[in-house]
Design a binder for this molecule. Structure first.
Ligand code: GDP
Length: 900
């Protein structure tokens, strides 16, 4: 291993020979097994252990549950055609609860290996990872895994298998087609004609997977083999007397080998002839498998000779078939070679990626021109930290003995953090100083935000569980940095130059909708809990930590599996104390609906007259249409910037395209047609951005979109009143959702003394009160988070899955048989609040045959009126005994009220 590390340290200076790739897969599709094989190729583990070893899953709970929970990197060495390469392989979890880790992995990579189990085909998480890879502009390689299952489990013939593989490939490409089309249609600045022509003229070879383009590898990670078509075309070209590239193009699709004329002809399907893929590839693989399964050693020997393999099976043996399978196939079609070859061919080297990825990396595109990514200028360092990796100080010292001399601030058992980082430019050296570029730093206004100098103490090559000290890291490398624990939370940008804008953070696809309150069992341990929560917050991009007014510490996470991991990390590593954890709390939101009875605006409006006509406010509340709410939710980061301009922040550039798109959305409904963007006074609640305050009064507010300078004397008080109303609604103090408050009148007594500081307080209280009453004048509803749920199960346990989903108020959306697999794919939505312990219960009820995957889907209004109880004879009859009736919305509301 030390030899390889030495080579990598030398080789890193050649940026064009570095490849950064992540491995992405739906849970259980074979990602970890594949990673083990790739690692085994460097002699780090033996290939016999590849698979069961799970080398990158070094947490005890990862080993125990057999799922990956964190992103990690290992630098590997590979030689091809006399050239030497470094492959930085970033592993990431397939489970949706750890999607922030996957976001970190895709952020640092230039390419992705997408692993798909050919029996299960495209699953819920496959779609997500394809979307993530597309969003980050990664060059993808598809690994169609577990082909051995088609032979051994499903007993498919070679032609059936070919058809099956074609269907799986079509499924994957259909998902990519949809992603690409929605991306084009989302580009608001493109006219409809241009969108259509962009779809028509797109270069398919750059978008879709196609075996003849070499971006598809077929194989079985468990048995250690894999191939792309070119492996067979070079193997058989001479024998068939056909040029290798011609043969390669005919290896997939409707071509057969015309032995008489020694050429590849089309029309295999119509002529009922086996395709070249079947004849040359699948037939050979199938025969070898069948001979090994049938213990026909003579035939195995003959085959090995025919394929020019050195391996000779023992004559009479008790050797295990699995070992023979692995031995024969790893020599014939070595998995690591096929994957590494494709990576080198298809994934862009860091030297070539800068321009294509730059717009993805930098938040403020406009400033990107200021950044020069140049690998030649070693003094200009730019690096991005995608996550902080925890390790015990004792383990770190074992990796890096020099630490004993330079640091004794930490206890050996304490968890410390290494920055997981990619160098985008220059050379990062140990014992150097660079700037930490804060998230809101704007190079155009350099002096506004000071850049913080930070010391890079040590730089490490990341070899999964080992951190190998290296004195310097070159452009393109993925490395670990020691010395930044005190400065970095979640992600950060480092730069030696002041003209570098901050990189955008991670794309987090799901919000943390599950919350628990945590407290130490022994109250004296509170400082340890606070320290532990701080570490957890630094490390995990999906965790949010809040301190309630009551002093309670609330942990917000993605789901139950994520929660389990966080609590385990806190108790065992970060705080090392016993904790009391509350039952999960689900966040709700409050909204209003259009009233069925037509009422005039006057009936709906609320007038508040404070302190004898000092301040008169008239407000009306209306629900915002779905399209507007959806738009606001998906653009909340940008809208936050827009909203802060209305509060007087200057120097911020508002994205004009976004505002145009917003203005278009507003044109589509009766309510929103009544106002323009310039009438928007505030957007709230602060972190959610789904409610609007509109100014239709005669008072003129400060408005960045208008060129006039207005002092907006009372703006801040009005906005504060609105924000505090929408932050906690009247149903159960949960944030409001999808409401537009229109200020119809705002009159201030002209004779008051403007220096009277109590005026602000009066305005805040009156606006807040008016918003709340206007809300209460409409039909009020709770809005709850929904999980989308996907299950792959066989027909025997399908009924039990249906029953469980129905019991928990879920709705089945899709129930389809996966062709050729005998399995069913269920897709459903289920309220988060009803989802607890679902995985466990299903496991018990189906004897482990159905495992659900839950991921956040959307916010959904609960139709029941939380105040409604049956009162009339008719209603009582409908619900039988009153005791049987359960108003779910009311019970959710009551339990939140009780808790609060
Ligand atoms: P991950 O969750 O994507 O990391 O998947 P793993 O690598 O842990 O694999 C999940 C299960 O599938 C394990 O039991 C593996 O042994 C098995 N597996 C992985 N690759 C193959 C394969 O090529 N063929 C078969 N039959 N099983 C495989």
């Amino acid at each position: 291993m030390s030899q390889i590390i030495q080579k990598i340290k030398e080789l890193q200076k050649k940026t064009s020979n570095i490849r950064n790739v992540c491995i992405l897969a739906h849970v259980d599709h074979g990602k970890t097994t594949l990673a083990d094989y790739l690692i085994a190729s460097n002699g780090i583990i033996s290939s016999r252990n590849a698979g069961p070893m799970r080398y990158l899953d070094n947490r005890p709970d990862e080993q125990e549950r057999k799922i990956t929970m964190k992103a990690s990197n290992i630098s590997l060495y590979f030689e091809s055609s006399g050239e030497e390469y470094i492959i930085n392989l970033i592993d990431s979890p397939g489970h949706v609860d750890f999607s922030s880790e996957t976001s970190a992995a895709v952020k640092l990579a230039d390419g992705a290996i997408i692993v798909v189990d050919v029996v299960e085909g495209v699953c819920a998480q496959t779609r997500t990872i394809l979307q993530q890879a597309y969003n980050e502009k990664l060059k993808p390689i598809l690994f169609l895994n577990k082909i051995d299952r088609l032979i051994q489990e499903r007993n498919m013939s070679t032609t059936e298998a070919e058809e099956h593989l074609r269907r799986v490939l079509e499924q994957v490409n259909a998902v990519i087609g949809n992603i690409f089309a929605s991306d084009v249609f989302l580009q608001e600045d493109m006219s409809k004609d241009n969108q259509e022509s962009a779809l028509e003229t797109a270069d398919d070879s750059m978008i879709y997977f196609n075996p003849t383009s070499g971006n598809v590898v077929f194989g079985s990670a468990q048995d250690g083999w894999g191939f792309s078509l070119n492996a067979f075309s070079s193997m058989f070209a001479e024998k068939l007397n056909v040029q290798a590239d011609v043969l390669n193009d005919a290896m997939w699709g409707d071509f057969y080998y015309n032995a008489k004329h020694k050429r590849c002809d089309s029309g295999a399907y119509s002529k009922g002839k086996p395709t070249i893929f079947v004849q040359i590839i699948l037939e050979n693989i199938w025969k070898l498998y069948n001979n090994i399964i049938q213990d026909d050693f003579d035939k195995i020997g003959i085959y090995c000779e025919k394929l020019k393999l050195k391996y000779r099976p023992p004559k009479k043996t008790v050797a295990n078939r699995k070992t023979i399978l692995k031995n024969v196939f790893t020599e014939w079609l070595p998995l690591e070679k096929s994957i590494f070859d494709r990576i080198i061919k298809h994934v862009t080297s860091p030297a070539d990626m800068y321009q294509s990825k730059l717009s993805k990396l930098i938040t403020k595109d406009k400033f990107a021109a200021n950044v020069e990514f140049s690998e030649d200028d070693s003094s200009k360092v730019i690096a991005f930290i995608a996550k902080m990796v925890p390790i015990s100080y004792r383990e770190l010292m074992a990796c890096d003995r020099a630490l004993r001399d330079i640091e004794d601030e930490y206890e050996p058992d304490e968890q410390v953090l290494i920055a997981f980082c990619r160098i985008y430019c220059g050379v990062l050296r140990e014992n150097s100083t660079v700037h930490l570029v804060k998230r809101d730093y704007n190079p155009k206004l350099k002096n506004k935000e000071e850049l913080e100098p930070v010391d890079i103490k040590r730089v490490y090559l990341m070899m999964a569980r080992n951190f190998e000290p290296m004195h310097e890291a070159h452009s393109g490398m993925i490395v670990g940095i020691w010395g930044l624990q005190k400065f970095v939370t979640k992600t950060a940008t480092l730069s030696s130059s002041k003209s570098c804008p901050p990189f955008s953070g991670l794309d987090i696809l799901a919000p943390p909708v599950l919350r628990v309150a945590v407290e130490p069992t022994n109250i004296d341990d509170m400082p340890k809990l606070i320290k532990g929560l701080k570490l957890l917050n630094q490390v995990d991009s999906c965790v949010q930590i809040m301190i309630q007014e009551t002093g309670e510490h609330v942990l917000c996470v993605l789901g139950e599996v994520h929660l389990e991991k966080c609590i385990r990390d806190l108790t065992e590593d970060y705080a090392k104390i016993q904790l009391n954890v509350s039952k999960p709390i689900v966040q709700f939101r409050e909204t209003i609906m259009e009233s069925l009875q037509k009422s005039s605006d006057d009936d709906k409006s609320v007038t508040i007259n404070a302190r004898n006509n000092t301040c008169l406010i008239k407000i009306i509340a209306s629900p915002l249409p779905q399209n507007v709410v959806k738009f606001m939710e998906s653009n909340k980061e940008q809208l936050k910037i827009f909203a802060s301009t209305m509060e007087g922040s200057s120097g911020i550039e508002v994205n004009k395209e976004l505002l145009n798109a917003f203005s278009n959305e507003l044109k589509n409904s009766d309510v929103t047609q009544q106002f323009e963007l310039t009438d928007i006074w505030s957007i709230g609640p602060k972190k959610l951005s789904t409610c609007l305050l509109i100014n239709k009064s005669k008072y003129i507010h400060h408005n960045l979109l208008s060129s006039e300078t207005i002092d907006g004397l009372y703006d801040r008080a009005i906005i504060n009143g609105f924000q505090s109303a929408v932050q906690a609604g009247p149903l159960c103090l949960e944030p409001m959702h999808g409401i537009c408050f229109i200020m119809q009148e705002f009159i201030i007594d002209e004779s008051i003394d403007k220096r009277d500081s109590s005026i602000s307080g009066i305005i805040i209280t009156s606006v807040k009160e008016a918003c709340r009453i206007a809300f209460q004048k409409q039909p009020q509803r709770l809005v709850g988070p929904m999980y989308s749920l996907s299950i792959i199960a066989n027909a025997d346990v399908l009924g039990k899955c249906y029953a469980e989903i129905a019991k928990r108020n879920g709705r089945i959306l899709v129930s389809d048989m996966i062709e050729g697999s005998g399995m069913w794919m269920l897709e459903a939505v289920i309220p988060v609040i009803e989802s607890f312990d679902l995985a466990n219960e299903l496991r018990v009820k189906t004897s482990g045959l159905a495992m659900p995957q839950l991921s956040f889907s959307n916010w959904e209004t609960i139709e029941q009126d939380p105040f409604w109880i049956p009162t009339t004879e008719e209603e009582l009859e409908q619900f039988g005994d009153k005791a049987d009736f359960e108003n779910k919305a009311k019970s959710y509301m009551d339990s939140i009220r009780e808790r609060k």
